[in-house]
Design a protein around this ligand. Structure first.
Ligand SMILES: Cc1ncc(COP(=O)(O)O)c(C=O)c1O
Length: 397
């Protein structure tokens, strides 16, 4: 029997695949250190669980409006306004089942099959696959050596079919924060064209000391009316499994997103929406600040031990919880009978031989790199450091 041709082009998420394999090893009793998942190791703010339990006890688990619970739309509008200084209203927001669904909805609404979407590499693994699933053409724009963006290179990738650009700063996987002037450079390329800006700001509050979060419409205010701002509860509020994300944008787009969502999920989980609204309204800034301090300390530690290993070159993370070293020095190396030619080979060997789960750079369009997520405790990172050192000492070039 035939199935959709579109999906023949779509690969399952490599990140979730590695995570699943690591979980399977653990179920077999192996002591795997998980540095693969993009999931905070902290718990959500304390009022989240209490609020959800109360909502269940009060029988509040009925459908909400498609675009979301009024309290959450209000709080989400406030949170996004606080982050980027614009003044969003409740009616500018649609709540979805995670930022992932928000991005999917946005792509669905903005572009038609065959249209092109600009994606800056290294990119979050789902952007190109979402495009392919919607029969859109992902056009990957290579980054500069330090994960920045050269406007001239970007301009060369724009065509008559370009419908949107996705910008993710701070970036998963590189931990890089784009500067205001880099964003102005992007703005200059697209401002005179019919191109939507999709700003994935999910790590916007997790920037390290000395870094400033800026998104495209902040840098180029003329783009505000064609910018879709993606935000959510997973990373900043450690509510990954609650599946709450949202988008802010122009009314016409918001209306169409509601239309498509009304025929897919109807609305996001009501209990989770109520808990998320409370988290946004009442979480003290110190909750986020202390997490950022912890991530920054871990970033220093990871950078330190990677720097001791021959051939690994890692730029200093500026935000979020990912290190993204270039590991290509080791391509061609051997470990016993095992030949390591790619980042995929290296990640597989690290898992099998050192019981460390990481994600190969192929997942992010950067096959020379490897993503190490340090959203785990310092004691786990210390154990991981020993295993990394031993593993690379055993490799033969
Ligand atoms: C860059 C980026 N955008 C979006 C998401 C999706 O987050 P959510 O859990 O809200 O679907 C992730 C999660 O890993 C991410 O890293």
């Amino acid at each position: 029997m035939r199935m959709s041709r579109r999906l023949e082009q779509v690969r399952p998420s490599l990140t979730l695949e590695v995570d699943a394999r690591a979980k399977q090893y653990r179920a077999e009793g192996k002591d795997v250190i998980g540095l693969a998942a993009g999931e905070p190791d902290f718990g959500p703010p304390p009022m989240v669980n209490v609020t959800a339990i109360e909502a269940i006890d009060n029988q509040l688990g009925r459908y909400t409006a498609v675009a979301g619970h009024p309290d959450l739309r209000r709080e989400a509008a406030q949170a996004i306004s606080n982050l980027n200084g614009f003044n969003y209203k409740s009616s500018d927001i649609v709540v979805s089942s995670g930022a992932k669904q928000s991005i999917f909805n946005v792509l669905y609404v903005l572009a038609d099959p065959g249209d092109e979407v600009l994606i800056l590499s290294p990119y979050w693994t789902s952007y190109p696959e979402m495009c392919r699933a919607l029969a859109l053409k992902p056009v990957v724009v290579p980054c500069t050596d330090d994960f920045g963006i050269d406007p001239e290179v970007l301009a060369r990738h724009v065509t008559d079919r370009t419908r949107a650009i996705i910008i993710n700063t701070p970036s998963n996987p590189s931990g890089r924060v784009l500067s205001r002037s880099e964003l102005e450079g992007i703005g200059r390329v697209i401002v005179d064209k019919q191109i939507w800006a999709i700003c994935d700001d999910i790590y916007g509050r997790l920037v390290f000391e000395g870094q400033e979060f800026v998104n495209l419409p902040m840098a180029v205010p003329e783009l505000r009316d064609r910018s879709l701002i993606i935000y959510g509860m997973s990373k900043t509020f450690c509510m990954t499994g609650w599946r709450i994300g949202f988008v802010a944008g122009p009314q016409a787009v918001i209306k169409q997103i509601s239309t498509i969502q009304s025929h897919s999920t109807s609305c996001a989980n009501t209990i989770a929406q109520i808990a998320a609204a409370k988290a946004l309204a009442e979480t003290d800034d110190s909750f986020i600040a202390s997490m950022v301090v912890a991530y920054e300390e871990r970033a220093r530690f990871v950078l330190g031990f990677l720097g001791e290993i021959e051939g690994l070159v890692c730029q200093k993370p500026q935000a979020a919880f990912y290190a993204f070293p270039d590991v290509s020095f080791w391509f061609g190396a051997r470990l016993g009978d095992r030949l390591i030619n790619t980042s995929l080979d290296l990640a597989a060997a690290l898992l099998d031989e050192a019981l460390i789960a990481v994600v190969p750079g192929e997942a992010f369009g950067a096959p020379k790199c490897l993503r190490i997520s340090y959203s785990t405790s310092m004691s786990e990172l210390e154990r991981a450091a020993d295993r990394f050192r031993d593993f690379f000492a055993r490799l033969q070039r």
